[in-house]
Every structure is written in structure tokens, then in C-alpha cells.
Ligand binder design. Structure first.
Ligand SMILES: Nc1ncnc2c1ncn2[C@@H]1O[C@H](COP(=O)(O)O)[C@@H](OP(=O)(O)O)[C@H]1O
Ligand SMILES: [Mg+2]
Ligand SMILES: [Mg+2]
Ligand SMILES: [Mg+2]
Length: 353
């Protein structure tokens, strides 16, 4: 299989990072710090970024990483740094071959900080670049909702491998979408999914484990032709996409079911496994540019599951422009049978503004 080694490393690295994020998820104090743009970052985000980059560095030392977080806060804050060091040391896969494959534990606090700060690649159209979102949906993570650990390999501007670790999604691919939304903080039975795709080779899901990788199974978008029957999902956060525009679009399409709100790229994963049909993310502001780490893995997983992903104007998402999707506005993801119709409605609603 093309990119087989990259896929294995990415799956194990994401799986190991979820051991850490799950632990922080259940802690009352998550070490939340506010970033310059006022958005939150937690012990979970820093720890997961360190673990995943360290696995990439060990296996592919020449590859670049576009990671969401950086370590300056930790360099200045001893308490936070020590807490993350403890968490990172505690996050080991319970299968020594698997743990060895991704390089084993991080060796020192300096290595930990260096790993986090290795995510500063400018991105772009040439070379091998990993896009990493250590916790996507940090606000959901803090609220007890959905979140995803997201990793994708982009080669010469094209996404080749995508992995999403979703600890709070049901393992059952056929669970209805509204059962995918909330997580039970005390009971993890039947929850935790690792999604992946390789370009040209389809998309899969498997249960998250604490050791070696579990057996995977293929996933497919639902074959929907009557758009009025669609289930559509959108962000929980009204500040991240326009709930108003999205409601107008749904109405225009004759969709009667209310939207299912869910944090993170769990939305991409959910439509890819056929739990939902449409994911709409329409801009709330003219100035916001989407980040590649918020979309790279999900975009590939949906397309490999037989879906179509474009922006609000019908263009494919362009991951070759740097750290952001500067050539795109919004996201419209849907099954092939209805995507054109959905896009038409999106254009009609946006042009009327
Ligand atoms: N104004 C805005 N418009 C669109 N996305 C935004 C935004 N402000 C923040 N985001 C992004 O929305 C992501 C979460 O998406 P969702 O709403 O689907 O859960 C955040 O990822 P992080 O949680 O990794 O920071 C962040 O990058
Ligand atoms: Mg963030
Ligand atoms: Mg994100
Ligand atoms: Mg994030």
C-alpha cells in the first residue's frame, strides 16, 4: 500500500496522543491558557502535539510539520511545563512493538519543548509536510463534547494520508448522528474511534485501543439522492460558522430535520461513515481564514469515503498555500449525489447577502 509506513506511524502516534487527551478530559483542572487570539489551549493540546511530533521526528526526520501550538507559554510557566512532562511520560502504548515503532517516550523536558516547537513549518506547495491539530474542538473538549486529534500528510500540496482520533464518538459506525453528539464523561464503553484514509485507497474506521492497532473496516458515505431527507451537521460554536446562513440553506433545500451540532473534525468523520450526510461551515466573518490543520485529515477521509468536499464557491480545498486555506472560503461537504444541489443553495443564500 502506498504510504503504508506513514499511515502506521500516524495511526499509532494519534492513538498514543489520545491516551493523554483522554486523561486530561477527565481532569477537572485542564491547565487552560488563553492564546493571543483569545482561543483556549490546554495541557491536552500541548501534550498531544509533543507526542505526535516526536513520533514523526523519529520516523521521518526530514519532514516538516505545520502544528497549531507552540511552546513559549510552557517555557515561561514551570508548573504547566511539569504537568505536561508528567502527562507525556504517562502516555505510553501498552504494546512495546507499537510504542517502539513511534520512538518510545520523550527523553527530556528540553526534547518535549523542542518537539512542540517543531510545528512551525510555513507549509506550501513542495515537499512532505504534516498538518497537525493536537486537539481540534478545544472548546468542545472543555465542555465535555466532541473533539478530535488530527494528523495529515501533505505531499507537494496534496493530502495523501489523513488520521482522526475521536475518543468520544461511538465505535458503531451505524449509530445515529444525534447519539454521536454528547459524551458520557463517566462511561467510555463503546466509545473511541480512529479514522483514516490514504489517497486512492479508501477510508476506514477502527476502535481506538491502548496498545496495538485494532482491525479496521471500510467506511462509506451514505448514498443519498433525496436531499430533503438529509441530516446535516455544523459547529456547536456560532462564532466558528454561520448558523443563520446554514439554517437558510437547509430550508431552501427542503431539509426538515434540525441540524446536529458537533465540535471538531468529528463532523467530517461522521458524514464519512454515513451517520450524517452534509457538513456546512460558512464563514461568519470576511477576514477569517481557515487553517489547514482544521481540515486536511477530514477532507481526505470524506473524499475517500466517496464524498465531495469544496468551499462555498465550489473550489476544492487547496492545501498548497501555506498554513491557511487562503484560497478558500467556508466548507461544503456532502455525498456525491447531492453535493451539486447543496452548493447551488449555498451560492443562492450567500449571493443574497
Ligand atoms: N472565526 C472562526 N471561523 C472558523 N473557524 C474558527 C474561527 N475561530 C476559530 N476557528 C477554528 O474552529 C476550530 C473548531 O472547529 P469546530 O467549530 O468545528 O469545532 C478551532 O480549532 P481548535 O479547537 O483546534 O482551536 C479553530 O481553529
Ligand atoms: Mg485552537
Ligand atoms: Mg482545530
Ligand atoms: Mg486545536
Amino acid at each position: 500500500m502506498a504510504y503504508g509506513n506513514e499511515l502506521t506511524v500516524a495511526l499509532l502516534a494519534v492513538q498514543r496522543a489520545t491516551l493523554l487527551t483522554k486523561r486530561v478530559f477527565h481532569e477537572k483542572a485542564k491547565g487552560t491558557v488563553s492564546k493571543d487570539d483569545k482561543s483556549p489551549v490546554t495541557l491536552g493540546d500541548f501534550g498531544a502535539q509533543a507526542l505526535i511530533i516526536s513520533a514523526i521526528k523519529r520516523n521521518f526526520p526530514n519532514d516538516e510539520v505545520v502544528g497549531e501550538e507552540e511552546a513559549s507559554v510552557l517555557r515561561a510557566n514551570n508548573t504547566l511545563r511539569e504537568q505536561i512532562w508528567d502527562l507525556v511520560q504517562g502516555a505510553r502504548l501498552e504494546n512495546s512493538d507499537a510504542e517502539d515503532k513511534i520512538g518510545g517516550p520523550i527523553q527530556s523536558v528540553e526534547d518535549l519543548l523542542d518537539a512542540i516547537d517543531h510545528g512551525t513549518s510555513a507549509g506550501g506547495p513542495k515537499g512532505r509536510i504534516w498538518a497537525l491539530d493536537p486537539i481540534d474542538g478545544t472548546k468542545g473538549f472543555l465542555r465535555g463534547g466532541q473533539y478530535a486529534v488530527c494528523l495529515a500528510l501533505i505531499v507537494d500540496g496534496d493530502v495523501k494520508v489523513g488520521v482522526l482520533g475521536c475518543p468520544n464518538l461511538p465505535v458503531d459506525d451505524s449509530a445515529p448522528l444525534d447519539e454521536n453528539v454528547s459524551s458520557d464523561q463517566t462511561d467510555e464503553t463503546g466509545k473511541g474511534v480512529l479514522f483514516s484514509a490514504v489517497r486512492g485507497e479508501g477510508a476506514t474506521s477502527r476502535p481506538l485501543s491502548r496498545g496495538a492497532l485494532q482491525q479496521s473496516q471500510p467506511i462509506r458515505m451514505k448514498d443519498l439522492t433525496d436531499v430533503t431527507q438529509a441530516t446535516f451537521c455544523e459547529s456547536v460554536e456560532a462564532g466558528h460558522s454561520s448558523h443563520g446562513d446554514q439554517a437558510e440553506i437547509a430550508k431552501l433545500l427542503g431539509i426538515t430535520k434540525s441540524s446536529v451540532r458537533m465540535d471538531s473534525q468529528a463532523k467530517y468523520a461522521s458524514i464519512a461513515r454515513g451517520a450524517g450526510d452534509i457538513y456546512l461551515r460558512l464563514p461568519v466573518s470576511k477576514s477569517y481564514v481557515e487553517k489547514i490543520w482544521d481540515h486536511a485529515a477530514g477532507d481526505l477521509i470524506v473524499r475517500e469515503a466517496g464524498g465531495e468536499v469544496t468551499d462555498a464557491t465550489g473550489k476544492s480545498l487547496d492545501f498548497s498555500r501555506g498554513r491557511t486555506l487562503s484560497e478558500n472560503k467556508g466548507v461544503v461537504a456532502a455525498s456525491k449525489g447531492v453535493h451539486a444541489q447543496v452548493l447551488e443553495a449555498v451560492k443562492t443564500v450567500l449571493e443574497s447577502k
